[in-house]
Design a binder for this molecule. Structure first.
Ligand SMILES: Nc1ncnc2c1ncn2[C@@H]1O[C@H](COP(=O)(O)OP(=O)(O)OP(=O)(O)O)[C@@H](O)[C@H]1O
Length: 232
């Protein structure tokens, strides 16, 4: 199993103000799966993604990623895990404004022992003609492609996407989903997508629904709908 979560708990605040936002999360995700995490606002999706991504600490339980137990790891090991195994894509792209599209991707390539070729990646992302533009000269969809390129250039085993289409219109959202699907087919990365868009569940190998800090439903899809065919 690529990713195993056992009784993962998270509490924000202390004493009388303590609120448990993850109440014992258990699941297993296989290598190469696209997994979609759905659930109402405040149910704990981003918190769970950030804990899997080593951005936040858990307060109980275990997460084992590709053999590494995050709960038992030092800060240095977690930093190495983030650097080498993890790509993060956010709703609002988070590109560096003073760097071009190409440079935004290149800075992350330096972090990896075996990065993809940046020029080839720019072509695959459909950004070749835009490679020398700065983020404010790119459309939302182009910025998200660039952010995906930045996350992907390290060739990460695990790609975590928090509302990757949340700021995009319908057709651009579909393009980005097609890109994510293509990446998964080409490179076999395990991908977790947090979304409010229920339709995305149909392109995922595995679907998890959260409610009030718990996974209330999970299943695997026998038949997938391609991103191109999704409708909402
Ligand atoms: N840093 C924090 N300090 C205190 N409470 C927090 C913090 N971050 C999140 N929370 C709370 O934890 C709960 C879960 O938040 P989280 O962002 O994980 O939910 P979500 O399902 O991703 O929501 P959304 O779909 O709106 O992004 C919410 O009640 C939120 O207010």
């Amino acid at each position: 199993m690529y990713l195993t979560l056992r009784n993962v708990e998270k509490v924000y605040g202390e004493g009388d103000n303590a609120v448990k936002v993850l109440k014992g999360i258990n699941t297993d995700i296989e290598k190469g799966q696209i997994c979609v995490l759905l659930g109402p606002s405040g149910s704990g999706k981003s918190t769970l993604l950030n804990i899997i991504g080593g951005i936040e600490h858990m307060d109980g339980g275990e997460i084992i990623v590709n053999g590494l137990n995050l709960a038992g790891s030092s800060e240095k090991q977690i930093a190495g895990y983030r650097r080498e195994n993890l790509g993060f894509v956010f709703q609002f792209y988070n590109l560096v404004p003073d760097l071009t599209a190409k440079e935004n991707i290149e800075v992350c390539a330096y972090l990896s022992k075996s990065p993809f070729n940046t020029d080839e990646l720019l072509k695959m992302l459909g950004l070749w003609e835009h490679k020398d533009k700065f983020p404010n000269q790119l459309s939302g969809g182009q910025q998200q492609r660039c952010a995906i390129g930045r996350a992907l250039v390290k060739n990460p085993g695990l790609l975590l996407c928090d509302e990757p289409t949340g700021a995009l219109d319908y057709s651009t959202s579909k393009e980005i989903l097609e890109l994510i699907e293509d990446i998964n087919r080409r490179y076999g990365n395990t991908i977790i997508i947090v979304t409010h868009n229920d339709a995305i569940k149909n392109m995922a190998h595995k679907v998890m629904k959260m409610h009030d800090g718990k996974i209330v439903k999970e299943y695997t899809n026998e038949v997938l709908v391609s991103a191109k065919e999704l409708e909402w």
